[in-house]
Design a protein around this ligand. Structure first.
Ligand SMILES: N[C@@H](CCC(=O)N[C@@H](CS)C(=O)NCC(=O)O)C(=O)O
Length: 306
């Protein structure tokens, strides 16, 4: 049985699990349909929690000491404890080879290789790990910060709301300095919940829209992103059919890969923070003129919190 270590900042709402990296790992576990159970650490207590559970550090702090983050998993089958969402996904591929791979390796026979003019390694393998690592790196540097900026006010409002039901959580104490440094804003400004229509919503939609643009590169070439082409876009959309029938639902076509854990996690993060039944989440589902909807619904199938 796998134990999944996630972070919690509010003990009363089981859906309020707000680390995008933990969401990546959860989507991976759910997609592979591996049995697991979840243990939550408090955000304020990740380091002590990691040490207690033998979770390896994921980096080094500026002062040279190890830094501990979640998600992590422990697998009783191998007795391995793995931290970092990318490494977790790799571990799951390697340990459970009969489940769908997050880092597909295409083996191309030399004859096919010759005809499509790809420069194959000697064993004929096309390895996707480096490109998927680049995909994650782009997400963490470009897209996630905009989603964090959107989420942070609501997150803080909900954490503060729940202070009574969450004694000793220490979220505010532990994160105030860190958050103020990251955003260059004072805590009281950070905690303002953005209303729909405020610029952070558009900025997050545009950041996530970078992925949509990439996804649509392998769709019919007539898909347009320009507002003025809306009518034509709708016509094209109808004639081309669903995303699923066009190219497969996922970033790499028919198979959910680590790229989809990264994209899906951004949506699950917003949904957890704002609430499944909120008008804000309903509005996110209309992002990209509705072109995200099918994808989001696909991701939601793997977003169950166990
Ligand atoms: N590269 C790591 C990043 C994980 C990460 O940054 N996790 C944050 C939560 S979103 C964390 O555990 N922070 C603990 C802390 O700052 O004390 C991964 O992909 O798992």
């Amino acid at each position: 049985m796998i134990t999944f270590y996630d972070i919690k900042v509010n003990s009363t709402d089981p859906a309020f699990t707000v680390s995008p990296f933990c969401w990546q790992a959860r989507l991976c576990l759910n997609y592979k349909q591996l049995p697991y159970h979840t243990i939550y650490a408090l955000y304020s207590n990740v380091t002590a929690f990691a040490k207690k559970h033998g979770i390896p550090p994921t980096g080094v702090k500026p002062d040279g000491s190890p830094s501990y983050t979640l998600p992590a998993i422990h697998d009783s089958k191998t007795n391995a404890t793995v931290s970092d969402s990318f490494k977790i996904a790799r571990y799951l591929d390697e340990t459970y080879p009969d489940t769908p791979a997050f880092f597909p390796i295409a083996i191309i026979p030399p004859t096919v290789g010759a005809s499509v003019d790809v420069n194959l390694s000697t064993d004929g393998k096309l390895d996707t790990r480096v490109l998927l690592a680049a995909w994650e790196s782009m997400a963490t540097s470009t897209v996630y910060p905009k989603v964090l900026k959107l989420n942070v006010g609501k997150l803080l409002a909900r954490v503060e709301d729940s202070a009574d039901s969450f004694p000793g959580g220490g979220f505010v104490e532990s994160s105030q300095r860190k958050f103020e440094m990251v955003f260059g804003m004072r805590w009281d400004e950070l905690g303002k919940e953005p209303k729909l229509g405020e610029p952070v919503w558009k900025e997050a939609e545009e950041a996530v829209g970078i992925w949509l643009g990439l996804l649509e590169k392998s769709r019919g070439s007539s898909f347009r992103r320009d507002e003025s082409d809306k009518d034509e876009f709708m016509k094209d959309k109808e004639s081309l059919g669903t995303l699923e029938s066009q190219r497969g639902l996922w970033v790499m076509g028919g198979q959910f890969t680590f790229a989809d854990a990264v994209v899906g996690a951004a949506f699950c993060w917003i949904r957890s923070v704002w609430g499944q039944d909120s008008e804000e989440w309903a509005s996110v589902k209309t992002w990209g003129e509705g072109r995200w909807l099918e994808y989001i619904e696909g991701v939601e199938k793997y977003a169950t919190i166990l």
